[in-house]
Design a protein around this ligand. Sequence first.
Ligand code: BQF
Length: 281
Amino acid sequence: MQIIDGKKLAQQIRREIAKEVEELKASRDITPGLAVILVGDDPASHAYVKMKAKACKEAGIYSITHEMPESISQNEIEETILMMNKNPNIDGILVQLPLPTHIDATKILELIDPAKDVDGFHPYNFGRLMTGLDGFVPCTPLGVMEMLEAYGIDPKGKDACVVGASNIVGKPMAALLLNAFATVDICHIYTKDLAAHTKQADILVVGVGKAGLITEDMVKEGAVVIDIGINRLEDGSLTGDVDYEGVAPKCSHITPVPGGVGPMTIAMLLKNTLKAAKDRS
Ligand code: BQF
């Protein structure tokens, strides 16, 4: 059994990105810029944004965080996005989710210029991904694909099972695996017999946010298990959706939480921001 070290891989990627950012500055006088919109005072959202800003800084990417109170109006967020769309120093725009319930998040995401959509949540980029065209791919599923590649795992011809069908994680994850020629099975809350599906998988990717959902009896011997879940336990520690202790001995590869997919998500945000900057017109 091999542990997929996302933390180490993300560090390597971040160093390579920092080098490329230097080269872009030297050759074209472009400093990549990321604008982040952060609404309200959810501690987890603040922690994520802080991590993203720090990662940008270390890679030589300019970043600015636009903090707004929970009571902000739909219109004010929309006006801010339109300003960022026009700002030539901003290559990437990220709206930290979740947004307050009185805000129409879909409408906000649809307002982001698809060329600055570094989270890949705009329907335009989602359509490009489904079609197999180049575009921005959501950071978490993109990070998973980079992990598979780095560890020599080719999805071609494999049976993959994706548990969770969100627009942010599950659906783009399934599209990427399909584009890599896996046979993809997508499970969700209305799936009748989850274990019957997961047990078939050569590659099992789980991202639903339910600690301990995947137990040893639900995993095929020798499977690759990718845990996208982030759950906070009562003692403040992080854990995934997979019962790591029970499942790990059965796997060929497994990602830990923390230190698995999470750090890759941050690295892919930098990668997408660099891509946006390189494609500046
Ligand atoms: C790690 C996120 C749910 C909802 C909104 C490193 C992150 C997490 C874990 C991180 C996440 C999860 C992010 C680890 C960004 C991933 O060491 O295991 C980094 O910062 N993430 C987010 O921005 O919004 C979320 C999960």
